[in-house]
Design a protein around this ligand. Sequence first.
Ligand SMILES: [Zn+2]
Length: 123
Amino acid sequence: MTKGTEQRLTAGEPSRCKQCRRVLPNQRTGRPREFCSQACRQWHWVGKQRAAELQLNEHELIVTKETLDQLHDELYVLACAVKDAERDLLAGHGKESARELRETLEWVLDAARPLRDRELPPD
Ligand SMILES: [Zn+2]
């Protein structure tokens, strides 16, 4: 991570796990946490070792096919839901009932939740 990025992150944005980018809980005392879990701390270390072995620079990374496939699947589901919602809103000509609008919104939210759940810890 470059110095500039770190400065941006400290300015108001929540701190995130250096491995999985999940938002870390607010912490008032002690050394700031860098990782959400011991597993992430270990994967980060393993990743750094592999990157050094393969001589990757800071802009390159290795992602498992499974992780990338899952992310693409979730993005595809969201893209389809956005398309459906746009089509429904266009077809409704602004005359949808509150219930219909709610159903459209819930459809998009259902598709977006898996991506949200990657980012934010459960309440
Ligand atoms: Zn993590």
